[in-house]
Ligand binder design. Structure first.
Ligand SMILES: [Zn+2]
Length: 282
């Protein structure tokens, strides 16, 4: 089996990739000047060939999107061609891009993919499990979200193991346990981004807006009621609840020190349950 590995980071443009593939696939020099030319050539492969395409998690090039598509389409019709598209090891990317700005970009890109996807594509491979076991976790973001079964941060942002330090409570409230968990993630694991992720059609907020609950659940609804006051608009109430969580986190001495040192950003967002999109608050 002929093995061909294409790492997106090795190629500046179509021409550079074409020259590399001409050699790897035994094609005449100058025959792969464009992706359109490549598409025609892949049908003619009759030596068993396995292509691995590696894409960075960060800073993916738009032109390279077509490369994956061309190979995947061709492999469907060519018996001799098999293709895997993998993401680079997330632990590497975190070390290389440990900033809140990069983390936010990663979340935005992941959510873009999620909105059009049928399956989550986070890395849960044996290799990654082993590596995380040996090297420990280096999540790039800490996310406090609602426990609502529709609001699953790893899916929403297309993340795999070891990428998001996730704290979930009904109504994404920030009480003592959530605050302590967030401080652990940001101060000890050095996550550069702390995101409070609320959502639309939240049952906890709805309950708080309609008189609250009794018993143990009342702890959550009364905490939400304190922050949303008399608000009657569910969307505005959800946003107020997120901002209250952000304020609680910002008031913590350890987290505030990290923010002041430029090592942490605290942000808020709302997950729109009807579309799957995440709207980041300014
Ligand atoms: Zn909820």
């Amino acid at each position: 089996m002929r093995e061909v590995r294409i790492d997106e980071r090795d190629f500046a443009d179509e021409g550079a990739l074409g020259a590399y593939l001409e050699e790897e696939l035994d094609l005449p020099a100058g025959s792969l000047v464009s992706l359109a030319a490549l598409e025609g050539r892949l049908d003619g492969i009759c030596e068993p060939t396995h292509v691995t395409i590696v894409r960075p998690i960060w800073n993916r090039a738009t032109w390279f999107d077509k490369v994956s598509t061309v190979f995947e389409r061709a492999s469907g019709g060519n018996f001799y061609l098999t293709v895997d598209v993998n993401s680079e090891d997330p632990a590497d990317s975190v070390e290389a891009h440990a900033s809140a700005e990069a983390a936010l970009r990663r979340l935005r890109e992941g959510n873009e993919q999620y909105v059009g996807a049928h399956h989550a594509n986070g890395d849960v491979s044996d290799e990654l499990i082993s590596r995380l076991f040996e090297e420990g976790q280096h999540p790039f973001a800490c996310v406090i979200s609602c426990s609502d079964a529709r609001v699953v941060p790893e899916h929403i942002f297309m993340c795999g193991l070891g990428e998001i330090f996730c704290i979930r409570t009904a109504g994404n409230i920030v009480g003592p346990s959530e605050l302590a968990s967030a401080v652990y993630a940001c101060a000890h694991l050095h996550t550069p981004l702390l995101l409070v992720l609320g959502h639309t059609h939240c049952g906890a907020i709805d309950a708080a807006m309609h008189g609250g609950s009794r018993g143990p659940v009342g702890f959550i609804t009364s905490k939400i009621s304190e922050t949303i006051g008399e608000e009657l608009d569910p969307l505005k109430a959800a946003e107020k609840n997120v901002r209250a969580g952000m304020a609680t986190l910002s008031a913590d001495r350890d987290l505030a020190a990290l923010v002041d040192a430029g090592e942490l950003e605290i942000r808020g967002a709302l997950y729109l349950t009807h579309s799957g999109r995440v709207s980041f608050l300014e």
